[in-house]
Each structure stands twice: as structure tokens, then as C-alpha cells.
Design a protein around this ligand. Structure first.
Ligand code: SF4
Length: 384
């Protein structure tokens, strides 16, 4: 396994300045079109050995994503980054750039890492208005000045086409998982690896993966599940899900489907592209203007793909996801889709086997209710 730090070093060898971005939906196409290499700083759990440096700056009741990210930037990979771009999302991330700056300074970084900010409006009306255009123009000017690069709408359109290709291939991998040709572990592993590659290498990886797929294994519909949450399950958890015979037919994971499911197809210019991008984004708890659409969207995703159960991959201390969870569970319960909520924190890394029984019991429950349904549909064999 290549760590994020190693992958970013390889990216840097390509000669382009590497811009670490947070959180999940930054303007990647824009950065790429200006001859820079954007990388989303997410899923860094396996790339840091501890969180000691981060813990000196961030309280322990903050999600592990932010603590791993801070540790990575401050101590275990940040020196490979030529800049950091952040946009506003949850309360945890709101002041993280300042914390990172102070943390880097405290560690004795010789030259401060350039920090860029984009303020994404959180109401539909504001996304459509001129504010976002102003933010984007400011960002473009700052990047041009710092790296001596130039923005052009032609290069931007070419980058949009490249990212569209990568997102389309991600959706095809998702279809392969749905058809049973890719295990949950293989699907999540490929997408996790892609996260620390250039978009060109992502396309190559996805195409190679799709070309090597075997015909779908025969598998019944009763263990078809939808996953939800901010982060994809860890490899060890994927093994438990696969081992229980579960099949991923849909996902509402922020680092997966919420990141690649929707993008504008027609646009006038860069500002119009991102107005549509954020306004019509697959609903996410961190994009506040989209949150009201989430229950309908997740319910439709589950129903349309034949999910029999929902498994929530909870990130401890993530208020955004946990405030919504009871409503999501109730909505799907009303539609006959039971839920299993799992919670992961930084301290659970060495204790993941404890989830085995809960996952296996949930799979067993789905299987037996699937059998009852098919028995009653067929006239009922036992009358039980
Ligand atoms: S997991 Fe939740 S709290 Fe943590 S960074 Fe993401 S949205 Fe914020």
C-alpha cells in the first residue's frame, strides 16, 4: 500500500505545484486548469502514525477526519504541499486553516505554506448570485500571483471534461459493485487509492480496473445494502461487510457518490460552472442549502437500486451527519428499509473486530426477512 504522503511525493515529481484541498468538494477543475495539481486531503487515517501534534491544537472531541488531516499537514506530509485551499463547511473545519498555519509555524516550518480560501455560499439564492463569482475571481487572481500561472476558459473547459471522465468511470465502478462484479472492499479500495492520484492517473486506474472485471457472481438480492456517511468504510470494515455476504448496490458516502454523482453539463464560464456545481450538487449535510433534499434523494437512491438495508458508517463527533441520522433512519424504516448504525472514532482502529457480530446479525436479519418476503410472494411455504 502506498501512503498518501508517498503518493503526493510522486505527484510532486510531475513538476506541478501540489495544492492540498479541504473539505471534499473544492473547485478541482479550476485548480487543475491552471497547471496545478489538486489533491483532496481526506481519508488520511492510514497515512499518519499518531495524532500527537494535532492534539496539541485540536480538542479530542473533534472527528478523526479533522485530527488526521491536521496531523498529516503539520507533521507527516505537509512539507510536500505547495499550498492549501480550504472552503467553509462544518464548524470543525471552519477555523482549521488558521490552526494549520499556527501548527506549522510552531513546528518551525521555514516558509509558511500558502493558504487560499474560497467562501461557498450556503443558500441557493446566494450560490446563484454574484458573490460566488467574486470569490472565484479572487481565488484565480491569488493563484496566478502566487504560482505565476494564467487562467483561461479554454483550459478550464478541458479540465472539466477530464474530471467528467473520471466521475463517469467512478459511476461505472459503482455499477460493477451493484452487479456483484466488485466486492465492497475492492470498490472502496480503488476509490481510496484514486484519491491521491492526479486526475489523469485516476482515469487510467479506473479504466484498468473496469477492464479487469470478471463476470458478475450470482448473488441474491436480500443482502443488497446502501451505505451512508462521510467516509467510506476502512479496509478492515469492508472485509467484515464482504465476509457477511453483503452487496453494495448504492452509496450515499460523501467521499464517494456525493463527490462524483452530479456535475454541470452545460455552463457559460467558470463562475457559472461552480454556481451550478454547488447549487445542484448531490445533497450533502455539509452543503446546507442542499440538506433539505437529502432524505428524498437517499430514499430514492435506496429504492431505485433495490437496497434492503442501510448501513451508516458514522464518524464520531460529526454533528452534521448525526443530527440527520434519526430522520434518515425513520424515513427508510417507513419504506421498509431497516438500518444499522456503526460509529467509528480514532480510538476504534485497534478494535474493529467488535463490529463483526453486529454486521453479521444485520446481514442475517436481511436474509431471513428476504426469505419471508419471497415465501409470502410465492404463497407461503411454511405459513410462519
Ligand atoms: S466528519 Fe463531519 S465534523 Fe468531521 S470534518 Fe467532516 S463534516 Fe466536519
Amino acid at each position: 500500500m502506498v501512503t498518501a504522503a508517498e503518493a503526493i511525493k510522486v505527484m510532486k515529481e510531475g513538476g506541478k505545484p501540489v495544492i492540498g484541498c479541504l473539505p471534499l468538494y473544492p473547485p478541482l477543475e479550476l485548480i487543475h486548469s491552471m497547471g496545478l495539481a489538486p489533491v483532496v486531503l481526506w481519508g488520511l487515517r492510514d497515512s499518519v502514525s499518531h495524532t500527537g501534534d494535532a492534539d496539541a491544537h485540536i480538542q479530542k472531541y473533534v472527528c478523526s477526519i479533522a485530527r488526521h488531516l491536521a496531523q498529516f499537514v503539520m507533521a507527516e506530509g505537509g512539507d510536500s504541499l505547495d499550498g492549501i485551499l480550504s472552503y467553509n463547511a462544518c464548524d470543525t473545519l471552519r477555523n482549521l486553516p488558521e490552526i494549520l498555519r499556527e501548527g506549522l509555524a510552531a513546528k518551525g516550518a521555514l516558509t509558511p505554506t500558502p493558504m487560499f480560501r474560497l467562501h461557498v455560499p450556503m443558500t441557493s439564492a446566494a450560490v446563484n448570485g454574484g458573490f460566488l463569482r467574486g470569490e472565484l475571481l479572487d481565488l484565480i487572481a491569488a493563484l496566478e500571483e502566487r504560482y505565476g500561472v494564467r487562467f483561461s476558459e479554454e483550459s478550464f473547459a478541458a479540465s472539466v471534461a477530464l474530471y467528467r471522465r473520471a466521475r463517469g468511470l467512478s459511476l461505472r465502478l459503482e455499477e460493477a459493485a451493484r452487479a456483484g462484479s466488485l466486492s465492497i472492499g475492492a470498490f472502496c479500495g480503488t476509490l481510496a487509492r484514486a484519491g491521491f492520484l492526479t486526475v489523469e492517473d485516476q482515469v487510467e486506474l479506473f479504466e484498468a480496473e473496469l477492464a479487469s472485471l470478471r463476470p458478475a457472481a450470482a448473488s441474491g438480492p436480500s443482502c443488497a445494502v446502501i451505505l451512508s456517511g462521510v467516509m467510506a468504510p476502512l479496509p478492515q470494515v469492508c472485509r467484515l461487510l464482504d465476509g457477511a455476504g453483503l452487496r453494495l448496490v448504492a452509496n450515499d458516502i460523501a467521499s464517494l457518490r456525493r463527490s462524483y454523482a452530479q456535475e454541470p453539463f452545460a455552463f457559460h464560464d467558470v463562475a457559472d460552472y461552480y454556481a451550478r456545481f454547488y447549487r445542484d450538487h448531490f445533497p450533502c449535510t455539509t452543503l446546507l442549502h442542499s440538506a433539505d433534499r437529502r432524505l428524498d434523494a437517499v430514499s430514492r437512491l435506496a429504492r431505485d437500486n433495490g437496497a434492503r438495508g442501510l448501513i451508516f458508517i458514522g464518524e464520531k463527533f460529526c454533528e452534521y451527519e448525526y443530527f440527520e441520522l434519526p430522520h434518515l433512519v425513520a424515513r427508510l424504516q417507513d419504506e421498509g428499509i431497516p438500518s444499522l448504525a456503526l460509529e467509528f472514532s480514532l480510538d476504534d482502529d485497534s478494535n474493529l473486530e467488535t463490529y463483526r457480530t453486529r454486521i453479521e446479525a444485520f446481514a442475517e436479519m436481511l436474509r431471513s426477512s428476504g426469505e419471508k418476503t419471497s415465501e409470502s410472494a410465492g404463497g407461503g411455504k411454511s405459513g410462519a
